[in-house]
Design a protein around this ligand. Sequence first.
Ligand SMILES: *Cc1c(COP(=O)(O)O)cnc(C)c1O
Length: 379
Amino acid sequence: MKEATKYIHAGAHPDPSTGAIMTPIYQTSTFVQEAPGKNKGFEYARSQNPTRFALEEALAIIENGKHGLAFSSGVAATDAVIKLLQPGDEVIAGSDMYGGTYRLFTKVFEKFGIKFIYVDTTNPANIKAVVTANTKLIWLETPTNPLMNITDIAAITTIAKEAKALLCVDNTFASPYLQKPLDLGADIVMHSVTKYLGGHSDVIQGALVMNDTELRDKLYFIQKSSGAVPGPMDCFLVLRGIKTLHVRMQRHCENGAAIAKWLRNHPKVSKVYWPGFEDHPNHAIAKKQMKDFGGMISFELKDDSAENAKRVLSSTKIFSLAESLGGVESLINHPASMTHASIPREERIKNGLTDLLIRLSVGIEDAEDLIADLQQAIG
Ligand SMILES: *Cc1c(COP(=O)(O)O)cnc(C)c1O
């Protein structure tokens, strides 16, 4: 099946009892059994739910994987991956990544004796330098949130295989439409489904996709034992969202390119972070492993006073000031005080995330309206 057909048909089977073309929302906690142990494959909805199963099948298909698992949030999916580990195990992760992932690693899991080492993953040699016999997992985010750094997934795959460590890629920013980490050799793909996969800012959800069946069974065991499963209504919403992922992503990319180029020519803008620019330090890798460059852009203003950044952030009319990304509507965000406030300021600034950085999630409205809105806000 080709790409567009997959998004429409993945996981979709007419309902066996009625023929309903859309997977019903099986809003039930339990399933009646004929006799003890004799059932239709469904016992209790934390372990099995038909709406969730349809979504998990769809997630696997669109990431070119064998198995999908859906979670109640992106961080719950990340949490499940770390629970594969033992005290004493080491994880190598990016120094520039989603603040909630950093918080989960440092504030929740470090105290259980798991060690996290943060490096700039855009240079594979930095990862190689910190691999030890205890390295069990390499955690990559590419493009990164919010600095749009790109890491060569295929190069890190080689290092992970040599180290006999798992490679998990947070593919939230790219979405499976732009990038397929399993095809490049990753072991697990993680998504904050909340973002592009859901696509309509109406659901919190996470996902893992993998090929290895033994790994799937371990993660399924964690999913049902820890219980961070999404409800059937949320699974239905995501099944619906996936059907338009490719057309939404095409428009996100077109609008993203138009706005990135416009911002770069604006006399009051000092720096624009977008991997589509030929002089972006990782442009060649982005071009190699991504189909297009996406709708996420960060920028800084020449007047680098906090008041000026605040003024711009509060004066857009179409871009809404809010956390999150990947929905059809455009959002503007201040990472330092919003999405990345959980990273200590010193740490943040060391990694290039200043107090002045403004992040845009470019939606699928008309690019002219979005540019006019930014023009009146930047002034
Ligand atoms: C939002 C986000 C997460 C966390 O996902 P939730 O659904 O909010 O739990 C993880 N990684 C990235 C890159 C994100 O943007």
